[in-house]
Design a protein around this ligand. Structure first.
Ligand SMILES: [Zn+2]
Length: 316
């Protein structure tokens, strides 16, 4: 039954009760008592009405702005067919992935041009060359505080180079689980899933990070696939770094409906041999009303937040 109908039928019942009481009052001649009962019923009904009004008001109230005193800067660095994302807040720095072996120098130069000398959190989402290829260069060039990688190993030279760079600097790898949290200045980061360890599909070991900054949020999927997406219910998020370069092995309909990203970033190389992103993924994101940015079309994409408003600027 609809709320309006319920209200109407309540009114009818109320009317019948009042009439009955009045008749009883006339019969028994105790008018004073009857009118006091009627007025107390009025109060009850008024209270009910005011509760309904309050509920309606609550539905339209917007989220209280959360105060942050700084700006968050997220750079999706154009490293061709690869990922590298620089996140800065206050004086804290996080780097998610470092591009290919070839792009290592590009990433190092990009950070140095920003005046960065220290990386508080270096994250290798999973041990594929397009994500950790440039990590050895980054480890050698900067003062690294903490390294996060999944519990996944490969036998490639790229992976060994990263391990060598880590041990040369006497660093150790932290392997986060679902729920592990990191604070980056005023931003709160959380690892959303447990990596799935499957030697036949290294993408499934991807670390997935959600960042909250004031009322804004970001979700960095690495190369996580549908199998990873299925493991949790995803909170609504403003900016989505689309999983696996826009491949159709990621970004299920259900996942996109849960996340409802206002902005989607696809990190891909121009004319890449994988033919990514897939049209299917683009269609799904557009249907969900998401504005899509692609590194192959615009170069590096910088997204900033003051905790309430998101601004996007692109290199090209
Ligand atoms: Zn990749």
């Amino acid at each position: 039954m609809s709320r309006r109908r319920k209200k109407e039928s309540k009114k009818i019942i109320y009317g019948v009760l009042v009439a009955l009481l009045l008749i009883l009052g006339l019969i028994f001649g105790n008018n004073e008592r009857v009118s006091s009962i009627v007025s107390s019923m009025n109060i009850l009904q008024n209270e009910e009405n005011s509760t309904i009004q309050n509920t309606n008001e609550n539905e339209t109230i917007e989220a209280e702005p959360v105060n942050v005193d700084s700006n968050l800067i997220v750079d999706f660095i154009d490293v061709g067919q690869a990922d590298s994302i620089l996140i800065q807040n206050e004086d804290k720095v996080m780097l998610i992935d470092a591009g290919t072996n070839e792009a290592g120098k590009t990433v190092v130069d990009y950070l140095e041009n920003k005046g960065i000398s220290q990386i508080d959190y270096l994250i290798g989402t999973h041990p594929h060359e397009d994500h950790i290829g440039g990590m050895d260069d980054v480890i050698e060039a900067f003062d690294i505080k903490q390294i996060y990688m999944p519990k996944m190993e490969t036998t490639t030279k790229t992976f060994k180079d990263v391990l060598t760079a880590i041990s040369n600097k006497n660093l150790k790898i932290t392997q986060p689980n679902k729920g592990t949290q990191i604070e980056l200045g005023e931003a709160k980061c959380k690892f959303m899933t447990d990596p799935i360890i499957d030697k036949d599909n290294i993408n499934l070991s991807s670390l997935v990070i959600r960042l909250e900054f004031g009322n804004n949020s970001f979700l960095f999927m690495g190369d996580a696939e549908k199998e990873n997406e299925e493991t949790i219910t995803w909170p609504k998020t403003d900016v989505l770094k689309v999983g696996h370069h826009g491949s159709n092995t990621s970004s299920s309909q259900e996942f996109i409906e849960q996340v409802q990203p206002k902005y989607s970033v696809i990190m891909v190389g121009e004319d890449n041999s994988y033919n990514l992103p897939k049209q299917e993924t683009i269609d799904k994101l557009e249907e969900a009303g998401s504005k899509i940015y692609r590194t192959d079309e615009t170069g590096t994409i910088e997204i900033t937040s003051d905790g309430n408003e998101i601004k996007v600027s692109t290199e090209k």
